[in-house]
Design a protein around this ligand. Sequence first.
Ligand code: SAH
Length: 213
Amino acid sequence: MTSAAERKMQFLYTLRSKGVTDSRTMTAMEKIDRGAFVRGLFAKRAYEDMPLPIACGQTISQPSVVGLMTQALNVQPRDKVLEVGTGSGYQAAVLSQLARRVYTVDRFSRLVREAQEVFDTLGIVNITAFAADGSHGLPDQAPFDRIIVTAAAEDPPGPLLAQLRVGGIMVVPVGQSDTVQSLIKVTRLEKGFDYEELRSVRFVPLLEGIGQE
Ligand code: SAH
């Protein structure tokens, strides 16, 4: 039987061995207990480096992918961040440790409600979560310093590119669903955008409209 402390050591060791080397990202992931975001049958696997099922047929991302995306975003303490795809709320919670404020949206209101319950339990107060189709972004709150999309789009969505501040960074998995997708880092320049391909990933698809359970 492994103790909670051993499990945590192993969790952090795996992150490091998969390339999560940024110390601020590691500190945030050390603080936020992934176990709080996985319910039911799969709760006991929360510290394994794999995606797990959550409600509404969605998944909580693999911890090492959360770490690599967080580190690629290079969030600064004053930043306003938008996450599209709240899911369990785990990624938003990790980002909340690094940013001034995190806006997170999901097309399933149940997921948003359950994520909010966990944020409240953990005492996280700088996340604003609501149900919306995030492919349009959040025009009222734009521009954002950082945008993270945790569902795969065929192309980086135009409205999200438009809501990124000059100098801002967006991380988004791009490609057809059910195949291997590429994780892309987009940096907004004074004129145009710079695109960098980071690695291959696999995410559930970014879908239009509000989800019906
Ligand atoms: N970041 C999550 C994992 C997200 S799974 C976590 O840390 O657990 C992808 C999520 O994107 C799903 O919950 C899905 O409902 C949501 N999603 C897909 N298309 C969307 C859209 N257009 N707008 C908002 N959320 C969307």
